[in-house]
Design a protein around this ligand. Structure first.
Ligand SMILES: NC(=O)c1ccc[n+]([C@@H]2O[C@H](COP(=O)([O-])OP(=O)(O)OC[C@H]3O[C@@H](n4cnc5c(N)ncnc54)[C@H](O)[C@@H]3O)[C@@H](O)[C@H]2O)c1
Length: 241
């Protein structure tokens, strides 16, 4: 059975490990994935820098002209920066906040007029770093914690609409892909860092993009119609400890 039959879903960061897995899963489940990412990132429906209001307005106008509605939005674009509060420079802080938090805000804001036409579902990809802190993740923690509570505000607004627009946040721990590899490369002793990170997870491994995509399919589908404002950890038990 196709769980997203006929649903039109915009995915940001769709050239990335998680975003591309989500776009593939939407298509596999009978939906239409509208893919977006920065320019030169491969075959995408739209170029969309999530920090740019102009880009959002252009892409939403194009979707309105071609489809007239939107059933789902997945805000998956994101970056990580390693650094504690003392060694994170202001430019890095601003860049991480701009992509992870401003980008998610702009997506929710500008997609809402299309989503509210027929009702819809927003999935914001936060992180376990939006639930618990890390000494060397000052900017990332702040941005992903912001996404967590922005999600709840959007959900409460969307619940007042008729038909409603739902909004939930997903909080993965280490997921296989370039983002985690880049993070490991910045750590002291990268060779043992992967092992140490996996050992922190009760299920003793990293997650996969397909596992994140499976949760997103559930949140985009009508089967989750009573789920909104929720924060779903996908972390092998990391934050249960
Ligand atoms: N990989 C993990 O372990 C992990 C864990 C928790 C949360 N996340 C979150 O999941 C999301 C996807 O991560 P991923 O692992 O696929 O990383 P990734 O690096 O593979 O993909 C991220 C994508 O975002 C895009 N991007 C960056 N800046 C952008 C901008 N300004 N506008 C549009 N696109 C932009 C990049 O081009 C890239 O394609 C991110 O929000 C990340 O914070 C990842």
């Amino acid at each position: 059975m196709e769980r997203l039959s006929g649903k039109i879903v915009l995915v940001t960061g769709a050239a990335g490990a998680i975003g591309s897995a989500i776009a593939d899963a939407v298509t596999e489940q009978g939906g239409v994935a509208i893919t977006s990412d920065l320019a030169d990132r491969g075959r995408l429906t739209h170029t969309l820098d999530v920090t740019s209001e102009t880009d959002w307005l252009r892409v939403i106008a194009a979707i309105e002209a071609s489809a007239g509605r939107l059933d789902g939005l997945v805000n998956a674009a994101g970056v990580v920066a390693i650094g504690n509060v003392e060694d994170t420079d202001f430019a890095t802080w601003r860049r991480v906040m701009a992509i992870n938090l401003d980008g998610t805000f702009l997506g929710c804001k500008y997609a809402m007029p299309l989503l509210r036409r027929t009702g819809g579902s927003i999935v914001n990809i936060s992180s376990v770093s939006g639930l618990v802190g890390g000494h060397n993740l000052a900017a990332y923690n702040a941005s992903k914690g912001g996404v967590r509570l922005l999600t709840k505000s959007v959900a409460l607004h969307g619940a007042r609409l008729k038909p409603p627009v739902r909004c939930n946040s997903v909080h993965p721990a280490f997921i296989e892909g370039p983002l985690v590899e880049g993070m490991i490369a910045q750590l002291r002793d990268p060779a043992s860092a992967r092992e140490r990170m996996a050992a922190m997870v009760p299920l003793a491994r990293f997650g996969t993009p397909a596992e994140v995509a499976a949760l997103c399919v559930y949140l985009l589908a009508d089967e989750s119609a009573f789920v909104t404002g929720a924060e779903l950890a996908l972390d092998g038990g990391l934050t249960a400890q």
